[in-house]
Design a protein. Structure first.
Length: 540
C-alpha cells in the first residue's frame, strides 16, 4: 500500500510568517456580523475557540495575546477577568459589547460589566443588548457614544413594563450604520438615522410612525437590508416628499405582519434593484380584506422584482391554498447565493391569485422557465367552487403540476388535464405543462390513463398543441412499507407510456436518491425490485 506524504515544499504551520498565521486564526474563529442577536452566544463561542488555539503551543499563545485584533468583544456571559483581559490587550481598538440578561437579578449579582465598560465608551463600535427594560443597562442607551456604528437592542417586555420612550444615545445617532431594534420604545425623529446599511425594526411597542421609517430610508441610499416585523403602530399617512426612494444597493427586504397601510407605503415609495437576494412579504391574518387591493396597487413594485428573481431561480412554486396567495422562489435552496422570494397573503381568492401570478410573469411572452403549481394537501380548497378549476386551467405560466394525493383534488385535476371543465384538445388546460408529479397513494391508477389519452387525443401542428409530458409518481413517506404507490399493473403502465405525448413515466421512492428510479428490474431475480427489496409480481 502506497502512503502519500505531504509535499516538502509546504512548510509546517509553525514556520509560516506571522501575518499568515494571524489571518488563518481570524478565518477559523467565529465571525461577528449584523446577524448576531444579543443572545446569540457569539462571545462565549468566540473565546472558547480562542482559548483552544492558545492551548496548542507557546508560540500561538504569544501570537494571540500579542495581536489586538483578537481582543475586541466583551460580554456579560463570560467571566469578568476575560473582559478585563480584552480591555488590556485591545490597545484601544473598537469594541463590541454583548449584554444578554433577561433577569435583573443576574445584573445585581455581577455588575462588573457596567463598571468595566462605562469609562471606555469612546471605544464602543457595536452595542448589543438583550435585557429587561428596567435593568441598569438601559442607562447605557441614553448617554452619548459618538463612535458607535452598530446597535442591536432587544428588550424582553414580558418581564417588565414598557416605560417612557428613551432618547437614544442622547440624540447623537448620526454615526450609526446598522440598526436592529425590537420592542424598545424610543423617542423617534425623522432625521434620527442617516447613511444606514442595515435597518431592522421589530414590534410591538416601538411607537414609531411610517414617516419616521421613510425618513430613515430616504436618507440612506446605501441601505442593504430592510427588515420590518410586526411594526403595527405606524398609523399616520406619510407625506409626499418620500415618493420614489431609490435604494440601488438593497438586497434583502422583509415586511412581515406589519399591516396593510405600512406594507402599502413601503412598496409604493421605494425603488429597489430588480434582482433582490431575498424578498419576504406576509400580511397578518386579521387584515385579509385588503390583500387583493394591496397586490393590485403595488404591482408596479412586485412585478419587475418577481420576474427577475423567477428568471434566476432553480425552483419557483405557486401553492393553491384556501383563501391565500403563496408564492416561493428558491425557498428551500441550500445555496446562500440563490435569490429567494417568500410571498404569503391571506384573503386572496384562488382566481385572483392565479391571474396575478400569470400577469406578473407575462412580459413579451412567457420565458421557458415556468412555475411549479402545487395543489392538494390538507389546506387544499374545494376546487369545484368559485370557478377555481377554470382559473387553474387557464394559467399560462405553469410548466409543472404537483398534485398532493392526500386530498380529493386528484380526480378533479386529472379530469381538468384531460379536457374537462370547458377545456379540450384544441384548447388544452395548462397549455405549457411539461411535468406532472403525483405524490402519495390515495388515488387510482385508472384515473391517469384516460386523462393523458384525452389530453393528447388530437396531436395537431398548431400553436395550442400541448407539449410532451413527463410523469413522475412519487412516495410521500420514505419509511412506509405498504401503499407507497397506487397499485399499477404492467398493462396500465405500458398503456400510459404508449400514449403519444407522454415522454416518460417514472417512479420515485426517496427524493434523496438523486433522481435514481425507485423501481428497477433485477435480471438475477427476474422480477422488479423496489429500493433494493423484492416486490410483488403484480406491482410495477
Amino acid at each position: 500500500m502506497e502512503i502519500h506524504t505531504p509535499s516538502k515544499s509546504l512548510p509546517p504551520i509553525d514556520q509560516l510568517p506571522l501575518e499568515t498565521i494571524i489571518e488563518i486564526f481570524h478565518i477559523s474563529l467565529p465571525s461577528d456580523d449584523h446577524e448576531n442577536s444579543p443572545h446569540s452566544g457569539f462571545a462565549r463561542s468566540y473565546f472558547g475557540q480562542l482559548w483552544d488555539l492558545r492551548r496548542v503551543c507557546k508560540r500561538w499563545v504569544f501570537v494571540i495575546d500579542g495581536t489586538p485584533s483578537f481582543w475586541t468583544a466583551v460580554s456579560s456571559r463570560i467571566p469578568r477577568h476575560i473582559n478585563s483581559t480584552v480591555l488590556l490587550r485591545s490597545s484601544g481598538r473598537p469594541l463590541t459589547i454583548y449584554s444578554t440578561d433577561p433577569s435583573p437579578r443576574f445584573i445585581a449579582d455581577d455588575p462588573g460589566l457596567l463598571e468595566l465598560m462605562t469609562p471606555v465608551r469612546a471605544s464602543w463600535r457595536t452595542l448589543a443588548i438583550g435585557s429587561a427594560i428596567d435593568t441598569p443597562f438601559v442607562d447605557w442607551l441614553t448617554a452619548p457614544a459618538p463612535d458607535l456604528e452598530k446597535i442591536n437592542l432587544h428588550f424582553f417586555s414580558l418581564f417588565s413594563r414598557i416605560g417612557t420612550p428613551l432618547v437614544l444615545l442622547g440624540g447623537r445617532t448620526k454615526n450609526i450604520r446598522e440598526v436592529s431594534i425590537a420592542r424598545v420604545p424610543l423617542l423617534w425623529t425623522r432625521d434620527m438615522f442617516c447613511s444606514l446599511r442595515v435597518l431592522k425594526l421589530r414590534g410591538p411597542y416601538l411607537e414609531i410612525e411610517m414617516e419616521h421609517i421613510l425618513g430613515f430610508v430616504s436618507q440612506s441610499p446605501s441601505l442593504e437590508i430592510l427588515y420590518l416585523y410586526e411594526v403595527t403602530n405606524s398609523v399616520r399617512t406619510p407625506d409626499t416628499t418620500h415618493h420614489n426612494i431609490a435604494l440601488p444597493h438593497l438586497h434583502t427586504l422583509d415586511v412581515v405582519n406589519c399591516g396593510v397601510e405600512l406594507t402599502r407605503s413601503v412598496f409604493r415609495h421605494i425603488t429597489v434593484p430588480p434582482l433582490l437576494s431575498s424578498l419576504r412579504v406576509h400580511l397578518p391574518s386579521n387584515q385579509t380584506s385588503n390583500s387583493e387591493p394591496l397586490l393590485t396597487e403595488t404591482s408596479a413594485f412586485f412585478q419587475p422584482v418577481l420576474r427577475s428573481v423567477h428568471g434566476a431561480a432553480s425552483r419557483s412554486i405557486f401553492y393553491v391554498s384556501e383563501g391565500s396567495l403563496e408564492w416561493s422562489v428558491n425557498k428551500d435552496s441550500r445555496d446562500d447565493k440563490d435569490p429567494r422570494v417568500d410571498l404569503s397573503m391571506t384573503g386572496v381568492s384562488t382566481s385572483f391569485a392565479c391571474g396575478w401570478v400569470d400577469q406578473t410573469l407575462e412580459i413579451d411572452g412567457y420565458s421557458e422557465k415556468g412555475v411549479e403549481l402545487v395543489v392538494g394537501g390538507y389546506n387544499c380548497p374545494n376546487l369545484h367552487e368559485h370557478g377555481r378549476l377554470s382559473s387553474l386551467g387557464s394559467m399560462l405560466c405553469v410548466t409543472k403540476l404537483n398534485i398532493d394525493a392526500r386530498s380529493q383534488a386528484v380526480q378533479a385535476l386529472l379530469q381538468l388535464l384531460g379536457g374537462g371543465y370547458g377545456f379540450g384538445p384544441s384548447a388544452p388546460s395548462l397549455p405549457r405543462l411539461q411535468e406532472l408529479e403525483l405524490v402519495g397513494s390515495e388515488w387510482e391508477a385508472g384515473w391517469l390513463l384516460p386523462a393523458v389519452r384525452r389530453r393528447f387525443s388530437a396531436r395537431i401542428n398548431s400553436p395550442d398543441e400541448p407539449p410532451d409530458l413527463n410523469i413522475l409518481i412519487a412516495s410521500d413517506n420514505r419509511w412506509a412499507v405498504i401503499r407507497l404507490f397506487p397499485i399499477m399493473d404492467v398493462a396500465t403502465v405500458m398503456a400510459i407510456r404508449g400514449v403519444k405525448g407522454v415522454r416518460s413515466l417514472s417512479f420515485l421512492l426517496n427524493r434523496n436518491t438523486d433522481g435514481k428510479p425507485a423501481i428497477t428490474w433485477s435480471d438475477e431475480l427476474a422480477m422488479p425490485v423496489w429500493g433494493g427489496r423484492v416486490m410483488g409480481r403484480a406491482v410495477f
